[in-house]
Design a protein. Structure first.
Length: 182
């Protein structure tokens, strides 16, 4: 299990904040949050004498589940002003060797993963979505990101080989998915 420790300043409202994010109380000191499929997303152990809440979650989640945990913890930190130690929630490393945890270096890590994922799709059959709508299909030749930020990964254009030849497509926030077909 991965763990993130929150050191809270005001312990009087911690139970309220945990319930507000959708956690239900198992006993006086333990809370649980489940996803839509009723699978445990994370648990919280409250230690009021030490002004500490420890959140634990699986180390083998898919990216979507990690994104949910990240968003919830980030929102909770913003609301409570808690100091955080997420060193026990190591998810991976950046290209420069820095650690990436559930909150620390999160944005840089997701950009790093998205770059690797998109580069590996070059030469593969893909579907391109503009929002939730299927935009085009074809063999991915290249893609362009918006800006060169290390904090966000937004695809603004891509070049595909289609049945009509090589074409460049532009959009606000394109989503590229491999089809697994050849």
């Amino acid at each position: 299990m991965l763990k993130a420790h929150f050191y809270i300043k005001d312990k009087s409202h911690i139970h309220y904040f945990l319930r507000k994010i959708g956690m239900y109380q198992l006993n006086n000191e333990k809370f649980r949050l489940q996803d839509e499929d009723r699978m445990t997303l994370m648990e919280a152990d409250v230690n009021l004498p030490e002004y500490k809440v420890t959140f634990s979650f699986s180390g083998s989640f898919d990216m979507e589940s990690y994104e949910k945990v990240h968003t919830i913890l980030k929102e909770l930190q913003a609301e409570t002003g808690a100091e955080i130690d997420d060193s026990e929630a190591l998810l991976g490393y950046l290209s420069n060797g820095e650690k990436a945890c559930i909150l620390t270096n999160w944005d840089k890590w997701t950009v790093f993963l998205n770059e690797a994922r998109h580069n590996s799709m070059k030469g593969q059959k893909v579907k391109v979505y503009n929002g939730n709508e299927l935009f085009h299909e074809g063999i991915l030749v290249d893609y362009e990101r918006e800006g060169n930020s290390s904090d966000s990964f937004i695809v603004k254009s891509c070049t595909l080989i289609t049945v009509f030849g090589e074409k460049k497509f532009n959009g606000q926030e394109l989503k590229i998915e491999a089809t697994g077909e050849f």
